[in-house]
Design a protein around this ligand. Structure first.
Ligand code: SF4
Ligand code: SF4
Length: 358
């Protein structure tokens, strides 16, 4: 049976007010209240945006939605888990301050921010699954312990997974630091010495200081590297490469298995909203402003994380008149995460698109 995906189109560069009203309209059109009961603790899982990033979901988009949730007598909180790499979100103290700096503070939003995996990412549980790569996954407790989960995603391209949207938000975004490490374990880029022009960009961009100079060329310490792929995107001379064959696929499949671990015990308690606005080549973990690579398309809502990601791919590809994410990252075929998530039983790539009016 097809899943339903609701769609509210937007003009290019919509106002925050327009996006906020359409987000609320989608919440109503999809009847998301049907998955909530009064008193439910509702985790709103999103990405607060790394320091310097500008693509993240804007807090103003969420004001009417949060008001509606409170009127519906549930108890929402904003949440994310800490990152693997060093940055402004690698432990809860910095992460909270970064969320506040981007406008997600309790005073502005009227609800708390809870970093779901604890100060140093020790607050997680091993969730048993029957996957191809894992038989258990490490998920942040304060996401697992929610009664209802709203997955708010900002789809982007991604240097290691091709596409970062709802499946990635769930799978990578809800994992403890150790779980994130488990997912990245296959990605180990190397510098081709002959192509390295010693510009140093990769050294400055590496979030964990895994790259240093050896004989005036960059070299990656494979024991420190955690496979974020930032250096691959950063090198203008094509000197850093990874054997992606099998690697991106494995990472995406692992991510899909983690996503399944988040939602598998939340039958009829998960809803997704995806903002196809300011879509960038790299994800919101990148600590700098990135230009959008396509005109804004709209907002999607669904109860199916697989269907909403498939609709994201289809609508952006339709707008771009090409396979949009494959064209952005041909070496990282995004289809791996969608097909594996579907195989795991998380959702359906077949969907019915329901466009809603103003
Ligand atoms: S970014 Fe590329 S060219 Fe520059 S130092 Fe790193 S590997 Fe060498
Ligand atoms: S993939 Fe590159 S940027 Fe990322 S941790 Fe490894 S060396 Fe650093």
């Amino acid at each position: 049976m097809q899943s339903k995906v609701w769609f509210a189109p937007v003009e290019n560069h919509p106002s925050k007010e327009d996006v906020a009203q359409k987000t609320l309209a989608l919440y109503r059109a999809a009847n998301m209240t049907r998955i909530m009961e009064a008193g439910d603790l509702v985790a709103i899982k999103l990405h607060f945006g790394e320091k310097g990033n500008t693509g993240y979901i804007k807090p103003e988009y969420l004001h009417p939605l949060i008001k509606a949730l409170k009127n519906d007598k549930v108890k929402p909180y904003l949440t994310d888990a800490n990152t693997l790499y060093r940055g402004e979100r690698s432990h809860s103290v910095d992460h909270l301050m970064q969320a506040y700096a981007h406008g997600f503070g309790p005073e502005a939003m009227g609800i708390p921010v809870i970093i779901a995996d604890g100060i140093r990412s020790k607050n997680y549980s091993e969730v048993p699954i029957e996957g191809k790569h894992f038989d258990s996954v490490k998920i942040a407790n304060d996401i697992l312990d929610s009664d209802t989960l709203l997955v708010l995603s900002h789809p982007t391209g991604h240097g290691a997974t091709g596409l970062g949207a709802a499946i990635k938000n769930l799978g990578m975004g809800s994992a403890s630091r150790s779980g994130k490490q488990n997912q990245h374990s296959d990605v180990k880029p190397k510098v081709t010495k002959a192509s390295c022009r010693a510009c140093g960009i990769c050294i400055r961009r590496c979030p964990v200081d895994a790259i240093s100079w050896v004989d005036d060329k960059a070299r990656i310490d494979q024991d420190v590297c955690y496979g974020c792929a930032e250096c691959i995107a950063a090198c203008r001379y094509g000197a850093i490469a990874v054997n992606w064959e099998g690697t991106s696929r494995a990472l995406q499949e692992k991510m899909a298995e983690y996503a399944w671990g988040v939602v598998k015990d939340k039958t009829d308690k998960v809803a997704c909203l995806s903002f196809l606005i300011h879509v960038t080549k790299d994800c919101d973990c990148v600590g700098r402003a990135q230009s959008s690579v396509i005109e804004d398309v709209g907002i999607l809502a669904s109860f199916d994380p697989v269907a909403i990601d498939q609709a994201t791919v289809d609508l952006l590809s339709q707008a771009a008149r090409r396979d949009f994410f494959l064209d952005l990252w041909p070496e990282n075929n995004y289809n791996a995460q969608l097909s594996h998530a579907e195989r795991m039983g998380m959702g359906n790539r077949q969907y019915e698109l329901i466009e809603i009016g103003d």
